[in-house]
Design a protein around this ligand. Sequence first.
Ligand code: E4P
Length: 220
Amino acid sequence: MKLFLDSADAKEIREYADCGLVDGVTTNPSLAAKTGRDYVELLEEIAGFLPAGSVSAEVLATDFDGMMTQGRRFGKIGKNIAVKVPLTMDGLKACRKLRDEGLDVNVTLCFSAVQAMMAAKAGATFISPFIGRVDDIGEDGMGLVRDIRAIYDNYGFTTQILAASIRSVSHVRESALAGADVATLPVSIFKSLLNHPLTDKGLAAFLADAKKAGVEIRGT
Ligand code: E4P
């Protein structure tokens, strides 16, 4: 499964971009607003950190023409940009057209399996079901990912399922089990993926044993 950072904070993205485990970044207008920076300039910087990854850039327009203008502008930033459009009729029309023009498209704000089917029919590169926000209203976010996986497999849709609005390490585990292609995570959760108390305990014991016995690695 690919892992993206769900962040617009260039400093924190830079810190993790070259660890070899980050496959992309998703931004959205709320995350960008927090930085107080020019959105295009910010995206140019982030896209530069991950030339072989995928960086989602969300349009602010809600009409087809506006989305096309903004999507094409984002596309000029680099080949690694995925234009993010909302799951509306104009959004899906823009999705189809931008895909025809050779751009990657991430269809965002997906809350139902039939919405995801429509995005796949529009040729979306990624569909973003918002797991945490579905859970927040008392429904089953992970069930949504499973339903989308089943529909896409039934019909051979190649749209990648990008599990979004992830709130915990368990969400990542369950997304992987449900067959999501990508999960996008806040940096705090990305860091937590490596944590296990037995790893820390085991490492401390190995090093203590080696020190006690004077074990060294010759030639280093
Ligand atoms: C990613 O593309 C989404 O914008 C993001 O995951 C939304 O997460 P939130 O529900 O925590 O705002």
